[in-house]
Every structure is written in C-alpha cells, then in structure tokens.
Design a binder for this molecule. Structure first.
Ligand code: GLU
Length: 546
C-alpha cells in the first residue's frame, strides 16, 4: 500500500477530517421513538408516482413519531441529470404535501443536495484510503469489459472481486507511478466479503432476510477526470444518512440486494447501521399478469399525469395510503388522512395501481366539495393546466358557480361527474358560450336519428313559445305539450305498446332539446340548465338549427 502521503496528496490540503463533519452535524435532540426519515429522489427524470408513495410513507412515519422528514436530492449521476427535474419535484412535493421539513435555509443538516456536499464525501474517502479500506483503481472501461468477457467465459459471476480485482493489491510503486503520471482512476471499497459468505439482516417490513454477502469492490468515488468529483449512490447515502442523523431508511425494494454492501460500508466508516424498510413497488395489471408500473409505458406512472389531469391531492393521498395500509382504504377519507401509516402493515407484494378505483375515489371526494370550494380548486388547476378555461372562469365566475351548484348544493346525493378537474370542460363546458359550439345540423347523430323535419319542428316550436323556468317548477310542461302536439307518445309505456302510432316517445323529444341546449345526450336536469343559461342563450341555441 502506498504511504499515506501519496493518498493525501490526492485531496485538498485543507480538507477537514471526519470529526469536523461529525461535530458540524451533531446528533439530533429528539424524544424517544422519534424517527428521522428521508426521501431521496434522483433528478434523472420526472418523479414517479412510486416516489410520491414512498415520500408519503416517509413523511407520515416521521411526522407522527415527532421526528423529522427530509428530502435529499441525489444528483451524483451528473451525466444523467434531466433538465427541469428539480423544479418538477418541487411542484409535486407541494401538490402532495410531501415537502421536506428541513431545507438549505432552515435545516442544520444541509446542504440537502448531494453535489453540494462533495467535500464531506472526500473526507470520508480519504479516511478509508488511509485505513486501507479503499484503494485507487486505474482499470479502463476496455479492461473492465475484457474482465467481464473472461468471467463469462469462465462461468464466474461478473464483478470486481477476488482475482479479478486487479488493483486491489497492486504494489505501492505501481500505484504511485500511475498517480504521478496523472492517469484517471476511481476509488474502490475494499470489500471484506468472502466467497460463499452470507449476509443476514432484519428489514423493518420484511423481517429477517438472508442474502449472498457482497464481495464486490464497489466504486465509491467516481473517476478523477470528472468535475465535480462525486461519490456513487452507495457511498454517498451512507455518509449522508449518518451525518443527517437519519434513524430509519424507507426506500424501494430494488435496493434490498444492495444491503450487504451498504452494511459493509457503514461498518467500514465506523457508523452505526441504520434500519432499512424496503417498500414493495407499485404494480400494474397488464392483461393476465402484473408488472412494475413503467414510466415508459404508463402515463399514470408519472406524477405529472395527476397534476395535469387535476386529481385533487387528497384523493390521490387517500388512494396511496390505502395501497400502503389496506385498513386505511376502509376508512372515510378524512380519517384515513389523519391515521398513521404503519410500516408493519405495509405488504411485501407490490400493490396494484388501478385508475378506475382512483377515479371513483376522486369523484366521491369532489362531490363532497361545495360549489365555491370546487370553483376555487378548479380555477387554481386551470391557471396552470388550461389557461383558456381559466380565462373563461375568470370572466364568468357566477355562471361557473351556478353550473357547479346544479345537483350539488342541497342534495344528499350530489353529482359525480367530475373525477378530476380536466373533466370540467367536457362535462360543464356547454354552460359557457365561449366554450360551446351550437348544434346547427338537424341530421346531427346526437339527435338520435329523428327525421330532420321533426328535429326542426321541435327546435322552432320550443323557441317560439319559450317560457323561462319560473318558481312553479312547471318548465318541462312546455316540452311535453310541444312533443304531444308533434305526435310523440306521452310516456315510454304508451310508446312501447303502440310504436306505430307515434313519432317517438316523450324521451326522444326531450333528448332533442337536451342536445340543442348542451350538445350532449347526458346532462343534469334541463330546467336547471335552462335557468343557468338564461333565456337569451337558450333561444340562441334553439334557433341555431336550420
Ligand atoms: N436516489 C435513490 C433513487 O432515486 C434513492 C434510494 C434511497 O432512497 O436510498 O432510487
């Protein structure tokens, strides 16, 4: 091993030692049982709904225990950084109330972005080098590819270990010469794992797990020809979770296989191990089988989908909490949002994300909102997702309020025609002249195939004798009288008994009026719509058919 001086010369002369960081980030003064959790997204792409799921659990466990929940941005993979990812995270965090309890301005354990903590990692890398627990490796990409090919040919598992770890025990003078020549290198961890070794650990959700131990000399510091010089995830998370005084790591199950390496790193660094809770990944039913929810294939995998579609955060939170702990899905929404998630109740099988179920939950939730509250939320959504609609709503707030109030206010069974705010345009757009195209063609299929003369007769008859809705609730009588006059049956039963005697049933006639006024074949009560539109607009629409 080269002497300490050679390794020390690889680092800034004034680089502090580990004690400096240990003093700077002292243990937290928290009550017994308080958990410090963290959510650590990598800004290599947009946030996955699984991230919101994990962060929801993180935040809930920490906050209910009287501890702290923090968000740490893991951006050590600088080559894969996606533009705009961090600001999309911020939007998603605020939408779903999973923003960090501490940040660079308020928290004493920051910075909370890994690329801004590079000096800290260097202190610990230097320490491991000094102790012989890490070493520089000069293997080039081509040499590593060659090793992998040889391993394949020899039937040996891939990796940098044992006799394949060519720089692990390289003579000091060779190492010193390569360093002096300025050759690029990475720093690798000298794994204490041995062939055939097993690692045993307890997962907070899964209980006792036994796995092959790690014997790979993992890279802990990336190549010396990259700037800034950053560690790998494995190393950085160990240093950060220790110094941020995290007490419980909740993360996706894809990391279970890394636990043996992570424990070796914690031990080598002299840190107490931190309990891991590996949560099952969100799944999707795909035909007869289940698969991981995929960012590439499933739009609902991206958090952006929920924000763009305007699912109220409460509905999504309620849904996700129910996926985490089935018992929460059995409770009413407000109670489920306030009841702690229990890690012990998180299953080990990935829960299915079912948009139909979410739509139902969300429609139920929106149906509980008063018209004014619904309008406020709708306008907030439209301001970022549908500016044209936002403009119309700003111009016509009273009309919007009256439209939303139909079959919502004063009923025990409010309409459930909005699953999300993006449904407003198709479901309520016809209330707004600015958003509505009048139906002009009497042969339009929405009229149900009635002869054009009959459609014209209904439209003009209705317009000519139009009576706006009054307090007597008799508004529909005018449609009924007109329909009878034009030869429609007074009810479905009469029509069924003697279809040849009529032009259709009263239902067919009122559908024509519905299509004239709304452009749709399904709508709330027509009298309420007519009252909301006002007589001028009703007549304009009725007279548009020619
Ligand atoms: N940055 C890692 C990821 O995005 C976080 C894993 C962890 O929570 O430790 O997968």
């Amino acid at each position: 091993m080269p002497d300490q001086h050679v390794f020390d010369s690889l680092f800034p002369a004034d680089l502090p030692g580990p004690q400096h960081w240990a003093d700077r980030y002292p243990p937290r003064d928290l009550p017994a049982g308080a958990e410090v959790t963290r959510f650590c997204p990598s800004p290599t792409g947009f946030l996955h709904i699984g991230g919101v799921y994990a962060a929801t659990i993180d935040a809930d466990v920490a906050r209910h225990s009287g501890g702290a929940y923090l968000v740490r941005v893991e951006d050590t993979d600088q080559a894969r950084l996606a533009e705009g990812a961090v600001s999309q995270f911020a939007e998603a965090f605020s939408y779903f109330s999973i923003g960090s309890d501490e940040d660079d301005a308020s928290g004493r354990y920051g910075p909370y972005t890994q690329s801004r903590r590079s000096l800290t990692y260097l202190s610990y890398v230097r320490e491991l080098l000094r102790q012989g627990k890490a070493y520089p490796c000069f293997a080039t990409k081509a040499e590593l590819a060659e090793t992998t090919a040889q391993q394949r040919a020899a039937g040996a598992p891939p990796g940098y270990y044992g006799r394949w770890a060519i720089w692990r025990d390289a003579p000091a003078d060779r190492v010193a010469a390569r360093l002096a020549a300025g050759d690029p290198y990475v720093i690798r961890f000298r794994s204490p794992g041995i062939a055939g070794g097993r690692a045993r650990f307890t997962d907070v959700i899964r209980g006792e797990l036994i796995q092959d131990d790690n014997r790979n000399d993992a890279v802990i510091l990336k190549s010396s020809d990259q700037h800034p010089r950053l560690p790998t995830y494995h190393f950085a998370h160990a240093v950060d979770d220790h110094l941020m005084r995290v007490t419980l790591v909740i993360r996706g199950e894809e990391w279970i296989s890394s636990v043996p390496l992570h424990h070796q790193l914690f031990d080598a660094l002299g840190f107490d191990r931190i309990p891991y809770a590996h949560i099952a990944l969100l799944m999707k039913q795909d035909g007869g089988s289940r698969r991981k929810l995929s960012k590439r294939k499933d739009p609902e995998a991206s958090v952006t989908f929920y924000i763009e579609q305007g699912y109220p955060a409460e509905a999504v939170q309620y849904y996700l909490r129910g996926l985490a702990n089935g018992r929460l899905a059995e409770m009413p929404l407000a109670e489920a949002l306030a009841t702690p998630i229990r890690l012990a109740d998180c299953g080990t099988a990935g829960p299915l994300v079912d948009l139909v179920k979410l739509d139902d939950i969300s429609a139920d939730f929106i149906a509980t909102l008063g018209s004014q509250e619904a309008l406020t939320r709708l306008r907030t959504w439209a301001q970022t997702q549908d500016l044209a609609l936002a403009t119309v709503l700003a111009a016509e707030p009273d009309l919007a309020l009256r439209a939303l109030a139909i079959e919502r206010e004063g009923t025990a069974n409010p309409r459930k025609d909005l699953h999300k705010w993006a449904d407003f345009r198709p479901a309520y757009g016809y209330f707004f002249p600015q958003l509505y195209s009048v139906v002009t063609d009497p042969a339009d299929p929405r009229f149900g195939g009635l002869p054009v003369e009959l459609v014209r007769g209904l439209a003009s008859g209705f317009a000519d004798e139009y009576q706006p809705p009054g307090p007597d609730g008799e508004w529909f009588t005018q449609i009924r009288d007109l329909a009878l006059r034009l030869g429609f049956a007074p009810n479905q039963k009469d029509y069924k008994q003697n279809p040849g005697a009529y032009r259709g049933s009263i239902r067919d006639a009122s559908q024509v009026i519905r299509v004239l006024l709304t452009g749709t074949t399904r709508s709330p009560d027509l009298a309420s719509i007519a009252a909301t539109l006002g007589a001028d607009e009703v007549l304009r629409r009725a007279r548009a058919v020619s």
